[in-house]
Design a protein around this ligand. Structure first.
Ligand SMILES: [Fe+2]
Length: 396
């Protein structure tokens, strides 16, 4: 065993605030004690699975080659030590050897305290209601197009609040593609790469009429709803047609706090969403509010005009409708509304899997109204933000 064992470096940089103070073996675990007194037990298979040597990781792609099932079932740690450089050195009973940097070990430590710290350190969404209207962040098109720092700041705000306004976008068709190209690529749908929001004589969606559209997410009919929606105003001369935004997470958290029974129902009952015309037939069923593994709000999915009949046991219908009626009533409560009238050159960018949008009825006889929209999936926003964070030395 030698301390020159190589480590295939991750793309990330790990904090080096804590060093290894000691190491001991206990059953299946290698127990590390840290400079701040914390102890972490690493299971033998966890360590073996994550060996960062170039036999186990392909240096070119930094992707794992080793499959843990190839290790013998009785694989054990033969020796554990801390090197002069402060790394953990493991010798295995099958002759393999591994080296782990303390920053990596601490960043992935499975003890309860470390896991709770990581959960707490994860960026929490900034949840808003009507009071946020005056503080709503707007960003300059020119800055976003020219400067990576401005791009990162905008994307950070979009990830946090789910609603941002971009100003001074050229009043030209497809100008919204500029900021999208700064991120990555867009999500094409059956409504086109870029969709035009104006009233059409033969509308295939309520969006293409002039009627009032209640608060909704777009395309809840898809297994994966589009992540971020861009809406760029080219013309807005008609009376009415104001944009209204509702933070679905604010409603979710208010339900969790004040109506736990309805919250449990709305987060577990699949709702059916359909969008059909003579050429397409999209359907998906999922709860209106989805939680992640840790119980955090993950997604809002709702458009009443796309809902199909609820498929649930007869005896649950009463509870389900109580929860649905409450949720819908909350989406109409002005205390959650941010309402704006867009001017040509304004562009919304909002998280379509969180922020519901509504449109006031407009009168097409009073003037033209033309918005262009496009979607970009959350994955593209997150990936671009992480790479920018790396470049700017920000944690990600
Ligand atoms: Fe919409």
């Amino acid at each position: 065993m030698t301390i020159e064992l190589e480590i295939v470096q991750d793309w990330r940089v790990f904090a080096t605030d804590h060093s290894l103070a000691g190491v001991a073996l206990s059953g299946d675990d290698t127990v590390v004690s840290w400079s701040d007194g914390r102890e972490t037990a690493f299971h033998r298979f966890f360590l073996r699975d994550n060996c960062p040597c170039s036999q186990c990781y392909l240096p070119l792609t930094r992707e794992q080659l080793f499959e843990v099932t190839d290790a013998p079932a009785d694989l054990a740690v033969h020796s554990a030590a801390i090197s002069a450089a402060g790394d953990l050195i493991i010798g295995w009973t099958d002759g393999h050897a591994s080296r782990y940097a303390p920053g990596w070990l601490r960043a992935h430590a499975p003890d309860a305290q470390s896991r709770a710290e990581r959960h707490a350190a994860r960026a929490q969404p900034f949840i808003w209601g009507r009071e946020y209207a005056d503080a709503l962040q707007s960003f300059d098109y020119g800055d976003i197009m020219a400067d990576d720092g401005a791009l990162w700041t905008w994307l950070s705000a979009l990830k946090s609040s789910g609603l941002t306004l971009i100003r001074n976008v050229p009043v030209e068709e497809e100008a919204l593609l500029g900021p999208i190209a700064r991120i990555s690529h867009l999500r094409e749908t059956n409504f086109g790469r870029v969709f035009d929001v104006k009233s059409k004589p033969r509308a295939d969606s309520a969006a293409y009429t002039s009627v009032n559209l209640p608060a909704h997410t777009d395309l809840p009919t898809r297994e994966l709803q589009p992540g971020v929606q861009f809406l760029h105003c080219l013309q807005n001369e008609a009376t009415g047609g104001e944009s209204v935004f509702v933070d679905g997470f604010a409603i979710g958290e208010a339900m969790r706090k004040h109506h736990p029974g309805e919250f449990a129902t709305i987060t577990t009952t699949p709702m059916a969403f359909w969008n059909r015309d003579d050429r397409t037939d999209y359907r998906w069923s999922a709860p209106a509010i989805a939680l992640n593994d840790e119980g955090d709000l993950d997604e809002v999915r709702f458009a009443n005009f796309l809902r199909g009949p609820i498929d649930a046991p007869a005896e649950k219908m009463g509870d389900i409708y109580a929860a649905l009626r409450l949720f819908q009533a909350m989406t109409r409560d002005p205390k959650y509304f941010i309402e704006r009238r867009l001017a040509p050159g304004d562009m919304w960018a909002f998280d379509n899997r969180r922020v519901m949008h509504a449109r006031r009825e407009f009168d097409p006889q009073t003037g033209s109204r033309h918005l262009q929209g496009a979607y970009v999936d959350r994955d593209e926003i997150n990936s671009r933000w992480r790479v920018l964070s790396r470049q700017l030395g920000e944690p990600c």
